[in-house]
Design a protein around this ligand. Sequence first.
Ligand SMILES: *Cc1c(COP(=O)(O)O)cnc(C)c1O
Length: 397
Amino acid sequence: MEISFHKERHFGKFGGQFVPETLVAPLEELADAYNHFIKDSQFQQDLRKIFKEYGGRPTPLTYAGQLSEELGRKIFLKREDLNHTGAHKLNNAIGQILLADRMGKERIIAETGAGQHGVAVATVCAYFNKDCVVYMGEKDTERQALNVYRMELLGARVEPVKSGGKTLKDATNEAIRDWVTNVEDTHYLLGSVVGPYPYPDMVRDFQAVIGNEAKEQFAQQHGGKPDGLLACIGGGSNAMGLFAPFLEDKEVRLFGVEAAGSGLDTGHHSAPLVTAGPGVLHGSKSFLMCDEDGQVMTPHSIAAGLDYPGVGPQLAQLKEQGRLKVTAVPDELVIRGFKHLSKLEGIIPALEPAHLFGLFLDRPEWLEECETVIINLSGRGDKDVIEVAEYENRELF
Ligand SMILES: *Cc1c(COP(=O)(O)O)cnc(C)c1O
């Protein structure tokens, strides 16, 4: 399965490189290496081997019979929950660490919010025997103590960040600071299709294994192409990974779901594509949640993986072009969707893709006339069981 090659520094008026002078050279080095190795057959072969022998790929495409009957459409689930470590995040971590290895970088740094990306990075660093430092806001290290311990078990050093609001944005700033000083031996392993060029392109292309497999599996299991693709959107990497191989298939419709959190009118949500306008964050231009004074808003979602005020620039472009239809689903429906899929299909979804099943309970007509739909089941819900129990005031311990 080929990884598609694109060399695009901008996505229309979105994307680009909005970075300090000191980052231009490191980004150029990374872009050169990426553009070289993505076309290198030995690199592709090694990548496929690790996906298969370590990551557990290909992941199945599961026909969801009972959900299909309920909705009157044929629903297929792309099972990224069955990846090693339980989510699609590993695909990108494997791709980038193989690239870093080819570039001769022995030290890996990353930012993490809830800890999911940090765990994926710590995992591949153990596998590749690389030094690993994960920057995490001090507040997040307290809220997500279990993931901190996981990363430590995997051999990573977790660096609590005490500046600013002590969350993801501050951890990202700290990781960038580290990268600028140590670029000689260090690769910055960014976790989604955000940030300056080449990250949105590179992360999309490493995640495109999802869509490439799904396309082939759908053709074999059902025949032809699906009418629609549906994914949840945080930074947008699982969505772009599914969509990318179908972008030229204009008859295949794209649907994305953001987090409405406590409600779009409360300000406590994480839905930049649905609610916001253009802005610059972490080195690229995209849709960005800002308040009246132009300050970046603090996002909220019950799903920690969707808790980001921005979104990948290519998704912003697809939305503007009318190619991508987006909506947002509130926390309360997400919990119902989480429980519904668990009972209906015997699959406990992560709270992030549980947004999609919450949507079906509320607005099953939103997918319009699509008869066959592939859903990206981006991760498993074991990590979220305690949070759901707490939401329902159920005492477990
Ligand atoms: C992190 C995460 C997401 C959101 O990130 P994207 O870059 O938008 O894919 C979605 N689902 C799961 C399971 C995650 O861990």
